[in-house]
Design a protein around this ligand. Structure first.
Ligand SMILES: *[C@@H]1O[C@H](CO)[C@@H](O)[C@H](O)[C@H]1NC(C)=O
Ligand SMILES: *[C@@H]1O[C@H](CO)[C@@H](O)[C@H](O)[C@H]1NC(C)=O
Ligand SMILES: *[C@@H]1O[C@H](CO)[C@@H](O)[C@H](O)[C@H]1NC(C)=O
Ligand SMILES: *[C@@H]1O[C@H](CO)[C@@H](O)[C@H](O)[C@H]1NC(C)=O
Ligand SMILES: *[C@@H]1O[C@H](CO)[C@@H](O)[C@H](O)[C@H]1NC(C)=O
Ligand SMILES: *[C@@H]1O[C@H](CO)[C@@H](O)[C@H](O)[C@H]1NC(C)=O
Length: 483
């Protein structure tokens, strides 16, 4: 009996000590395979057209703080679009318009010359590229009526502004108050392309569309019809929108739940395959995307916990072949990278470091057996202020759970690595309004520059503590793909 008891204890001890080792994660940085390539402006931002209706809300285009925060994300695309793009009417000569509600409660509104001036001067000053979404509800005899767009184009050329890209309409597949079908909008896009091409001053430009409302089946159906009607020839980039959930049903738990994170994967694969079939040489972007739709979840989408959904979306999208991710939003709603006081939320800092540290190509990393840990790997950005040189590799890791996860890096154990690890900014934990980098709360020291974002130098295996996420750079990885 004693003998059997001893064996039982030994077996129990084996499993107790080894429950850790089954969960251990190992990653060989020098053996990762290249999965995809992305461009230097893979991450962009949006400003919703509804902010034009408010004549830019609390944005102060002269605020040094606002300009500093925007410059911190350059180079970047900014897409100005959304539901309200289909109610905006450019008017060079007036400052106001009598708003008249239609039956569904929608009202048109004016974008004044001053509104357009402010936007264009701003993007050029901070080094961003403007993508502008034109109103597709201005229609005549079942076709898009470009009269107002042409007024805007002429004014734009006269002022020397240089938007880099255009869109036409927003989420027509899920917006049911007005119906414009995929069959109708396909020739509208051809018309848009023809008009834009007729102004040499606008070149080079590109066209994104159709800004389908989801990556789910309703949008796949709409985009299939759009492609079948020849729409694919007029666009350079296919755009789909994505939100994980409805803001009204959002919870803190859902924001770091692996099932929620993984819900994106099959849908992205589906839309990428659709586009491969119809427009194999063209890019697919998440043209407007965030944690939860309907303005973002109150006291969740602007908190530390939202960074899990954001960083994971950037990783998953890049490894599956998405070429651009436009974050709803830079400013506006609970999901803004900056808040209505123009102060940065946690996701702002995560995005700044993504841009500085993460580049192309993207490597395949098998998802670890421990579902709490998410890992992505890319070549390091060698064209940023961080000064990394060719050959370096950046991993990004997210620990969704409440226990520390060790990560072994067998082929890098003898070389140093640079740690940029984020954690909640205060004792409220996941709902913290602020975020720490390597243990120090991030904040602007002054309005004219971002604080230094310095790494901690480490060596050997990596510990990802509970609810931490961040970047690890291996300057000594010597990957020939990383030039
Ligand atoms: C612009 O506003 C003026 C003055 O209110 C009006 O007469 C004109 O029709 C408007 N133009 C457009 C394109 O709405
Ligand atoms: C907006 O203006 C267009 C053009 O005048 C008109 O066709 C449309 O019905 C208006 N929409 C609303 C919501 O008033
Ligand atoms: C995550 O969400 C799924 C589905 O909503 C649920 O079944 C699961 O229990 C959640 N996981 C955790 C760790 O809360
Ligand atoms: C490096 O970055 C600068 C500033 O964004 C940009 O102008 C330049 O084209 C980039 N160079 C390369 C080789 O990507
Ligand atoms: C850690 O999370 C697990 C499930 O995700 C939960 O059952 C457990 O109570 C948590 N532990 C602590 C200390 O919060
Ligand atoms: C790391 O250094 C140890 C001791 O010198 C050596 O035994 C080991 O092979 C090295 N590992 C690698 C991956 O270079």
């Amino acid at each position: 009996m004693a003998y059997i008891a001893r064996i039982t204890i030994c077996v129990l001890l084996f499993f107790a000590s080894c429950s850790q080792c089954f969960m251990r994660v190992a990653i060989n940085v020098q053996k990762l395979n290249v999965a995809q390539h992305i461009g230097p402006k893979y991450v962009g931002v949006t400003i919703d057209s509804s902010v034009i209706r408010e004549h830019w809300g609390t944005i102060d285009f002269n605020s040094p703080k606002f300009l500093t925060l925007a410059k911190g994300l350059a180079p970047s695309f900014v897409r100005v679009g959304g539901t309200d793009c289909d109610f905006v009417i450019f008017n060079e000569t007036t400052t106001a318009m009598n708003e008249r509600k239609d039956k569904a409660g929608h009202t048109n509104f004016t974008m004044t010359a001053a509104d357009w001036d402010e936007l264009n001067i701003f993007v050029s000053f901070v080094g961003w590229d403007l993508i502008f979404d034109l109103n597709v509800f201005l229609r005549k005899d079942g076709h898009w009526d470009p009269t107002n767009a042409i007024e805007l184009i002429k004014y734009t050329i006269e002022k020397g502004y240089k938007p880099v890209a255009y869109e036409l309409g927003n989420e027509l597949d899920v917006f049911h108050d007005f119906v414009v079908t995929a069959k109708e909008v396909a020739p509208d896009f051809a018309h848009l392309k023809q008009i834009l091409s007729s102004y040499p001053e606008l070149a080079p430009f590109f066209i994104l569309g159709t800004d389908a409302g989801t990556v789910a089946s309703v949008s796949v159906k709409f985009m299939t019809e759009f492609f079948e009607a020849g729409g694919g020839e007029s666009i350079d980039v296919a755009t789909f929108h994505h939100y994980y959930m409805d803001s009204r049903k959002a919870t803190v738990d859902k924001f770091h739940n692996v099932t929620v994170l993984e819900s994106l994967r099959p849908m992205l694969i589906n839309v990428i395959n659709l586009c491969k079939r119809f427009i194999p040489t063209k890019q697919v972007w998440l043209g407007e995307t965030s944690s939860s739709y309907g303005g973002g979840a109150y006291e969740i989408s602007d908190r530390y916990v939202s960074s899990f959904l954001w960083l994971d979306k950037l990783g998953l999208s890049s490894v599956l072949g998405i070429q651009g991710v436009l974050r709803q939003s830079f400013y506006g709603g609970n999901y803004g990278l900056i808040n209505s006081n123009l102060d940065p939320n946690p996701d702002y800092w995560l995005t700044v470091l993504f841009k500085r540290l993460v580049a192309s190509p993207v490597f395949t990393v098998p998802q670890p057996p421990n579902p709490d840990l998410r890992i992505y790997a890319h070549c390091t950005n060698t064209n940023s202020s961080m000064g990394y040189t060719a050959g370096s590799v950046t991993l990004y890791l997210l620990n969704l759970g409440n226990t520390t996860v060790p990560v072994d890096v067998p082929d890098m154990v003898n070389k140093t690595h640079h740690i940029y690890m984020f954690s909640p900014g205060d004792d409220t934990g996941l709902t913290s309004k602020s975020i720490k980098l390597n243990g120090v709360v991030l904040a602007l020291a002054n309005d004219n520059e971002l604080p230094p974002l310095k790494p901690v130098i480490g060596q050997g295996n990596i510990q990802v503590e509970a609810y931490n996420m961040g970047y690890i750079v291996f300057p000594g990885a010597m990957r020939s793909e990383c030039v």
